[in-house]
Ligand binder design. Structure first.
Ligand SMILES: [Zn+2]
Length: 385
């Protein structure tokens, strides 16, 4: 008698929030279960390691890309580029090219982008995703990922590495047709880019969801022909908020006249500002300015602890200032142009919530991103019969 062939087909769709799933038809006849899935405070750079390891940010050590750690900065001599004309060095294309070269020079295998981080301050900051999180040893905290588990147990899987969605779908389809894999993890990232550019209400969002529906439906049907049972799971890391206004937090801090790198250091992300205080008195002056900004709020330390973002040694900042949903911190170290959509606000806000769906009922259901690791492991037992 031939063995029972089972396939677990995971599809990760970046920024497919619960609010989008509520508004659009999406694999309605296949997915028996659709549910909101709690997100993690931060961006994909902290959500994805949480999904892959099942632990919270304070343990896996990934949060955002830049952290004030001059003693560990790999960018010592880049400050000299800060002497070149701003008109050249702030161009997006120039910075993207620099990012590619720097990634090679430093041997980074993870995602690397300079964004809008000024060259003159780079020597103060460490880059926190130096390694590819999907490869062995890629997690800062040393945890094993679901892929380490699959490799260790010699469970055959398919995980396309490219960013071209049609090519990734084709790669998974070929692996399913061949019939020897037991697990697949398809990463689809285009929706996130479309939502940033056009917002959640644009027609292109519905069109792209319809394209996803068609592709995933086809993969599922092919899998059902090749395998005795198929577990299809589609999930995301976070949702998306439409931007209604921008707030120049950086301008207000700059106006204090404190010296960056001597009195304080800061990273201005798109939805939060994080501060390190280097001289007595800086904290009081900066926090009093922040407290007057109506578009956001200072985050209490117990709230950060609830989110699993109480990092040892305050790696990612001593004070966090979080924007209200829909307010973009701009200009920031992430960009100078306003966007139509952004994520990285309070995780409990409805627009932040991620989504989870599957073709067969499941017990227990995942509540938050860190539950997906155990779920994926449970789907691929070490000793199948
Ligand atoms: Zn995004």
């Amino acid at each position: 008698m031939s063995e029972h062939k089972k396939l677990t087909l995971c599809v990760f769709i970046d920024a497919l929030g619960w609010e989008l799933i509520r508004r659009h038809a999406f694999l309605d006849d296949i997915m028996k279960v659709k549910a909101p899935l709690g997100t993690i405070f931060g961006y994909s750079s902290t959500c994805d390691p949480t999904i892959l390891t099942g632990v919270l940010p304070r343990e896996h050590g990934h949060f955002t890309f830049f952290a004030y750690r001059p003693e560990k900065s790999p960018f010592g001599w880049y400050k000299y580029f800060g002497l070149l004309p701003k008109s050249i060095m702030e161009r997006g294309r120039v910075r993207s090219k620099f990012s590619r070269i720097m990634k090679r020079v430093h041997g980074f295998t993870g995602y690397f982008q300079l964004y809008n981080m000024p060259f003159r301050y780079l020597n103060l900051f460490d880059y926190m995703e130096r390694h590819n999180i999907f490869e062995p040893g890629g997690i800062n905290g040393g945890q094993a990922t679901i892929f380490d588990y699959l490799r260790k147990n010699r469970i055959p899987y398919c995980r396309p590495e490219g960013y071209n969605e049609a090519e990734s779908v084709a790669e998974v389809e070929a692996a399913i047709t061949e019939g020897s894999i037991r697990f697949s993890y398809l990463f689809l990232g285009r929706l996130d880019g479309l939502l940033h550019e056009f917002g959640t209400q644009a027609p292109v969002i519905g069109e792209h969801l319809a394209w996803y529906d068609k592709q995933i439906r086809n993969l599922y049907n092919v899998a059902c022909q090749k395998y005795d049972s198929v577990r299809l799971m589609v999930f995301s890391d976070h949702g998306m908020s439409d931007i209604h206004s921008v707030s120049d937090v950086k301008g207000r801090i700059d106006a204090l006249g404190l010296t960056f790198g001597e009195d304080y250091a800061a990273v201005y992300d798109s939805t939060m500002a994080r501060f390190w205080f280097l001289k007595p008195g800086s904290r009081e002056r900066i926090e009093s300015v922040l407290a007057e900004i109506p578009d956001g709020r200072l985050m209490p330390s117990d709230e950060l602890a609830d989110y699993g973002c109480d990092f040892p040694g305050n790696t990612y900042g001593e004070t966090f200032f979080l924007m209200n949903p829909g307010v973009l911190l701009c200009p920031s170290h992430m960009g100078i142009k306003p966007l139509a959509g952004m994520h990285g606000y309070a995780p409990q806000h409805p627009d932040s919530v991620a989504s989870f769906m599957t073709n067969e009922p499941l017990e227990p259901m995942p509540n938050r991103l860190e539950n997906l690791y155990v779920l994926m492991r449970g789907e691929t037992p070490e000793n199948p019969d």
